[in-house]
Design a protein around this ligand. Structure first.
Ligand code: HAM
Length: 548
């Protein structure tokens, strides 16, 4: 049997590494609390159009990397049978008794659910619903024909009301009036249920990022009506079907935050941008990430955008034919995304394209200058990169990334920016916002590179009962010590003393021996593994002794 493995691009996080993840997450929560952020948890999947409308149809994320599926109502054979049985009761003689059970049994092993019915007592009909239609399934179906008492089969009519009743699935269409033998020769059509039954079908997508979900929730719960800024953070998995490599996964984790609200709450103020950036600098410092670089740019407002796009189109006109197919298409549909192209041959051309920084209007320039001035005032260092446009469509004005040299090709620890028009793009009220998301996987890689791989913290003590009869008293002792706040590993009286020492030495700083004498006298034998010292300590003082 082939062993199942975690899907490519996903991975298991195991202790002791997860201790580091926990530490990073709790540091982030602590820092967010100091800035008065609250946690938001949005669903892991959303309607596909949420991402198409916010991140943008022409971005790599939406056009290539999303995990999307058609979510149909599940086909439930039990309720189907029950429904048909009800019909039988209502319309006498509808189901051919006996036959249906045999046929069902004959075909169920092929994943086909079969219904045999007769609406009109004179004219039988034959319908099969199946999750999977395979050659074997069809053969199974045909083999089941012995169970069917009739030879003639009706065409499957799309307006038969059982279709409406049972929703989407697969159907076998059997030509009208054909003798069953002919059906056996393979003249069975297999079709999906027609579109009129697709009402319950919804295109869903595993979230590739969390900003869209947060803004959707902001609109849905009318958070703007409070008149206050909403300061929300999230920690959770995101999904993108990218080519896996170091620091790039298909399921990865983000810690992110968004500040969003009506303009009257000050959501557009450059002070918000600077405050978020200052918070990030503090967070990275507190996490112990040394050597980060904050890279900043302004991509202008929605008013600046058309002038820049026009300039890009103009500049691309003569060059785009030498570029990759994606660029050629994007030059038409969304020229800004040409700047995200990673094809090496296209880079020299991209270098020559106009820079968005040269197309900012006075308001955008003033906004950006105020962000920089506030950063200067609080001493957060940054570098400017006029090419930083970020690969998502919703950005306006300030955009940024924090990079780290130790990460190699995937050097962005985090990215973010303003999205002043996003709420309106999703049909919500005017609600400018700014936020970021930090790649937790990359953060952990950076920390591990700096601090070495995580090692498991030792327990304070290993409690070793010296016989099986002492197991229960040992559990009681462990409970006592754990309640006193100690980290305790509990052994087993079935182990020989040598084995208890060996395991204890691997897992804990000390071993507490619980033999009959110790149990009776209440004086425990405690050996400290690092000093080698063995002492007798009264049970009531052991917790204190282990803490010191
Ligand atoms: P993003 O730049 O697409 O922005 O992702 C943010 C961060 O997530 C990246 O800097 C990186 O650290 C991490 N990341 C992205 N893809 C992967 C991957 N495949 N494997 C590992 N880590 C990855 C956003 O997601 C925006 N929602 C950020 C934002 C929030 N903008 C405004 N508010």
């Amino acid at each position: 049997m082939t062993l199942l493995k975690a899907v490519r691009g996903t991975r298991d996080l195991l202790p002791p590494e997860t201790e580091l993840w926990d530490r990073v997450e709790s540091t982030a929560r602590r820092v967010f609390a100091r800035y008065n952020f609250g946690e938001i948890r949005t669903p892991i999947f959303e309607d596909t159009s949420l991402f198409a409308r916010s991140v943008g149809e022409e971005t790599d994320i939406v056009s290539k990397e999303m995990y999307t599926w058609e979510d149909r109502e599940r086909f439930d054979v039990q309720s189907l049978i029950a429904a048909w049985t009800n019909v039988q009761i209502k319309e006498r003689g509808f189901v051919i008794e006996g036959a249906i059970q045999q046929v069902l049994r004959a075909v169920e092993k092929f994943g086909v659910k079969l219904i045999l019915g007769r609406r009109n007592p004179e004219r039988p009909e034959f319908v099969a619903f199946g999750a999977k239609v395979t050659r074997e399934a069809i053969e199974g179906l045909m083999n089941a024909k012995q169970a069917i008492r009739t030879k003639e089969i009706l065409p499957y009519s799309p307006d038969a009301d059982y279709l409406r009743r049972f929703g989407p699935g697969l159907r076998f269409v059997v030509p009208a009036g054909l003798p069953f033998e002919d059906v056996n020769r393979g003249e069975v059509e297999i079709e999906e249920f027609p579109g009129q039954f697709s009402k319950s079908v919804q295109s869903l997508t595993l979230r590739p990022e969390n900003t869209a979900g947060v803004v959707r929730a902001y609109i849905e719960h009318k958070l703007g009506e409070t008149g206050l800024l909403q300061k929300l953070y999230y920690i959770g998995p995101q999904f993108r079907r990218e080519r896996p490599q170091k620091g790039r996964y298909r399921q990865f984790w983000q810690i992110g935050a968004e500040v969003i609200g009506p303009p009257s709450a000050g959501s557009e103020s450059p002070l918000r941008d600077a405050e978020v950036l200052e918070m990030l600098a503090s967070l990275l410092d507190e996490l112990g990430i040394a050597g980060w670089t904050l890279v900043l740019n302004s991509v202008g407002s929605s008013a600046d955008r058309p002038r820049y796009i026009a300039a890009l189109r103009e500049a691309l006109k003569d060059k785009v034919s030498q570029m990759c197919a994606d660029c050629q298409r994007r030059a038409e549909t969304n020229p800004l995304r040409v700047l995200d192209c990673k094809v090496p041959e296209d880079q020299p051309i991209i270098e020559t394209l106009p820079r968005i920084a040269d197309y900012l209007d006075d308001a955008s320039k003033a906004h950006f200058a105020a962000v920089l001035a506030a950063l200067d005032a609080c001493g957060v260092p940054y570098t400017l990169n006029p090419r930083l446009v970020r690969g998502l469509d919703y950005y306006t004005r300030t955009t940024f990334e924090f990079t780290h040299g130790g990460l190699g090709a995937q050097n962005a620890l985090l990215g973010g920016g303003r999205y002043d028009g996003l709420s309106e793009m999703l049909g919500g009220p005017k609600a400018p916002g700014i936020g970021f998301a930090m790649g937790l996987d990359r953060l952990i890689l950076t920390l591990e590179a700096a601090q070495g791989e995580a090692t498991a913290a030792l327990a304070d003590a290993y409690v070793a009962p010296l016989s099986e009869a002492l197991n229960a008293p040992a559990l009681e002792l462990a409970r006592e010590l754990r309640r006193a706040g100690l980290k305790i590993e509990l052994g087993d009286g079935a182990f020989r003393l040598k084995k208890s020492f060996e395991i204890g030495n691997k897992l804990a700083r000390a071993i507490i021996l619980l033999g009959e004498d110790e149990e009776r006298s209440g004086i425990l034998t405690v050996k400290n593994f690092s000093t080698g010292e063995q002492t007798k300590i009264a049970r009531s003082e052991v917790a204190q002794a282990l803490k010191s």
